[in-house]
Design a protein around this ligand. Structure first.
Ligand code: FAD
Length: 410
């Protein structure tokens, strides 16, 4: 295995960081009154205010013009097709530079690799339908969301109850989706519904994916879910009431939607894992800086052995997670067996980030608990990441099932 970061990945990461520093940071500074606090950013329903959404649109469009927004997209969709090794390097560098969530940066300079932007899901749309939507998505003007989970179906996606019934040359959909990232703001949604109830009950699929324009009658993001002390979010509950979808808007094959849902799992989980490594490096950077500055008992706290141990623990944790991400990206890139390894990586990196942000907070003493330094925001973000994209337990279930079926390579 070659640990050398590809030239194109180094260039992409350097260019992206320059773009952020030259274009996005001045925009953040200019609109600090709007972006600086959650109270200003969100309205009373927990939605981002229209002015913030407009700034995010501007960032996406500018990033698309500069070629960053589409860099991981499939060349068949007009993307630059950068590999998994490049993806993890860029994601790590981005989050190491920017730290935890910043409303104009995350999800806007580069979109989520599977559930927005030039997702491989779009390859499974009929060409004439794709033609209608692709330019808007590629240019950053339009975004979409991924509507699979429901109030009674998260880990166990076969339990979804949203139903699509054929009516002439269309499908009529009723149901509720929950926890859908970007749903409050998305122009489109890849929506999953049961189309063959019998097959679904027997756990043999029976679920179909549809491409939906969120402005169609019957699609409503009825509320926003705020989590972990935030006063707003990008996660929505979607109500589907007699939503009519033309038959040609099926994504992939009828009744086989869950196969599509698994398509982007490795890239999505790798991207999240690299984000964890980058954010952890950001947190360690802040902790080292603080340990060199803050004085107690006539010396910098970094001179106390207990603080040194925490810094060392953080570095050890990050180093092993980083090596794991690199190896899994290498396997995925070569099309080698990597289901177990991707699950190991996602569970290991999200849990690592929890430990590292917790120690970074401890090194900062009381200052770590304020949101001035954004350490506590990174800690909350780390806690959240153990749930979406397969919980920590579902990752372990996948790892164990693979082991028990004979995949014991490590
Ligand atoms: C921030 C965030 C963003 C999200 N974005 C999206 C999105 O864009 N689109 C989308 O469709 N969904 C999204 N989700 C939903 C997410 O995929 C689910 O929350 C997740 O799969 C867990 O499902 P659940 O919440 O229903 O928990 P449950 O499945 O009810 O699980 C509850 C607990 O039981 C454990 N458990 C369940 N089954 C097993 C098992 N077999 N063995 C051991 N333990 C088990 C779980 O690990 C967990 O601890 C998002 C969720 C969050 C929190």
């Amino acid at each position: 295995m070659d640990f050398e970061v590809p030239e194109e990945a180094r260039h992409a990461a350097e260019g992206l960081i320059q773009f952020i520093d030259r274009y996005v940071v001045p925009l953040e500074e200019k609109h600090d009154d709007l972006l600086g606090t959650e109270r200003a950013r969100y309205d009373e329903t927990g939605r981002l205010r229209p002015e913030v959404l407009e700034l995010r649109r501007q960032v996406r469009v500018e990033s698309a013009r500069a070629g960053f927004y589409t860099m991981f997209g499939d060349p068949g969709l007009g993307g630059h097709g950068l590999s998994e090794t490049s993806l993890v390097h860029v994601q790590e560098e981005l989050t190491r530079h920017c730290g935890p969530h910043r409303p104009l940066i995350h999800e806007n300079v580069i979109p989520s690799v599977f559930t927005n932007g030039l997702s491989p899901l779009l390859l499974h749309l009929r060409p004439e339908v794709r033609g209608k939507y692709l330019d808007g998505i590629a240019s950053g003007e339009k975004t979409f969301c991924f509507g699979l989970s429901e109030p009674d179906a998260g880990s166990d996606v076969q339990r979804i109850r949203t139903k699509a019934v054929r009516d002439g040359d269309a499908w009529v959909v009723n149901g509720t989706k929950q926890w859908i990232s970007n749903a409050p703001y998305a122009d489109y949604c890849v929506l999953f519904a049961v189309t063959d109830p019998e097959a679904n009950r027997a756990r043999r699929g029976g679920i179909t994916a549809f491409f939906v324009d969120t402005s169609w009658p019957g699609f409503e993001c009825s509320s926003v879910i705020s989590i972990l002390g935030h006063s707003g979010s990008n996660i929505g509950i979607v109500t589907l009431d007699e939503l009519r979808i033309p038959d040609d808007h099926i994504v992939g094959t009828l009744h086989d939607g869950l196969a599509l849902a698994l398509l982007g799992i490795s890239r999505g989980r790798l991207s999240m894992s690299a984000l964890c490594v980058g954010t952890a490096r950001w947190a360690l950077g802040r902790a080292v800086e603080y340990a060199n500055q803050r004085q107690t008992f006539d010396r910098p706290i970094g001179q106390h052995q207990a603080v040194q141990m925490m810094l060392a623990e953080m570095a050890m944790d990050i180093y092993s997670a980083k090596a794991t991400v690199a190896r899994t990206a290498w396997l995925v890139e070569r099309g080698q067996k990597s289901v177990k390894e991707t699950s190991i990586t996602k569970a290991l990196c999200t849990e690592m980030l929890g430990r590292v942000t917790d120690m970074a907070m401890q090194v900062h003493g009381g200052m770590g608990l304020t949101n001035e330094l954004r350490i506590e925001e990174a800690w909350r973000h780390a806690r959240a990441l153990r749930i979406p994209d397969g919980t920590a337990e579902i990752q372990r279930r996948t790892i164990a099932l693979r082991l028990l079926r004979g995949d014991t390579d490590l």
